[in-house]
Design a protein around this ligand. Structure first.
Ligand SMILES: [Zn+2]
Length: 284
């Protein structure tokens, strides 16, 4: 059985615009069933979604059992107003609004909280992120609130200092985690936080002519070195392809991801990461 520890069942790997209009009047159940069927055919038995604002992952979580799939959802991702994350969730401006969103996840039957702690990579320039990161104290408060409500926290996070802050704040998993440094990896290894490195959205872009391949290759190569180092010093990492992102398809994407990760870590290490994600990301 395969584990897909980071998917967006709402997205289609081709067009964000089409994906959003497909579910604009409520989640398209035939779409969700077709994707769950593809996952089942690919022997994926566990999916952890990264959230969407259309209720697609909530519907998927409700019916995935019919396909023999354990499906965990944060319902929607939570981002600070004006920062990255609009398509995937809802925004807060202060801690009162954030608490309300956490309560909403609880009401909708969500399994964990997804926080957008930083922007995404600027594929045109090595080392650059698209938007500002959350303040360290704010992130710490958000994690404390989520844990207090019995939720694990999945944090979208890139950049060495941001990874250090997220680990210090006690997030349960770091998604993407590009541009780590030695200290960020050491902090990760010394913590209970699992890294989900999501190679597929970068590696599957290589050769498409949309961005400079030398930048994409440099990002992917450094990320693989970081993953190997994390593994060597005792940190945990789990497979998640960010399925639904450009060129990353449901069911196929996680097979790509296993291939990319296996270049850096052993099968045993992958099994351990999968087990930790499954264990951590259930309601406590
Ligand atoms: Zn994602």
């Amino acid at each position: 059985m395969l584990y897909e520890c980071h998917a967006h069942i709402m997205l289609d790997g081709v067009s964000q615009k089409d994906a959003q209009s497909r579910h604009a009047n409520g989640p398209d159940e035939s779409w969700v069933r077709a994707k769950l069927e593809e996952y089942k055919a690919a022997c994926v038995g566990y999916i952890r979604d990264g959230g969407d604002k259309f209720g697609v992952s909530v519907l998927a979580a409700r019916i995935a059992g019919e396909y023999g799939i354990t499906f965990r959802t944060p319902c929607f991702a939570i981002h600070r107003k004006g920062r990255y994350g609009n398509m995937l969730g809802h925004a807060y401006e202060d801690m009162r609004e954030y608490r309300n969103l956490v309560s909403e996840v609880k009401e909708q039957g969500g399994d964990f909280i997804k926080i957008m702690a930083t922007g995404i990579l600027d594929f045109n320039e090595y080392g650059k992120l698209t938007s500002e990161a959350l303040d360290e104290a704010e992130l710490e408060e958000m994690v404390r609130i989520a844990h207090g409500e019995g939720f694990a926290v999945m944090a979208h996070c890139n950049g060495a200092d941001n990874i250090k802050a997220a680990v210090a704040a006690g997030v349960d998993s770091i998604e993407h985690g590009f541009y780590a440094d030695e200290q960020a990896l050491a902090d990760l290894a010394a913590s209970n936080t699992v890294l989900v490195p999501t190679f597929a959205p970068i590696c599957n872009l290589i050769g498409r002519g949309l961005f400079h391949d030398d930048v994409l290759r440099r990002i992917a190569e450094q990320h693989a070195l970081d993953l190997a180092r994390l593994n060597y010093i005792g940190g945990a990492a789990a497979p998640g392809s960010d399925a639904g992102a450009m060129n990353v398809y449901h069911g196929a994407g996680i097979k790509d991801e296993y291939g990319y990760m296996k270049a850096a870590v052993s099968d045993d290490a992958l099994r351990e990461g999968e087990g930790l994600i499954e264990l951590l990301f259930q309601r406590r």
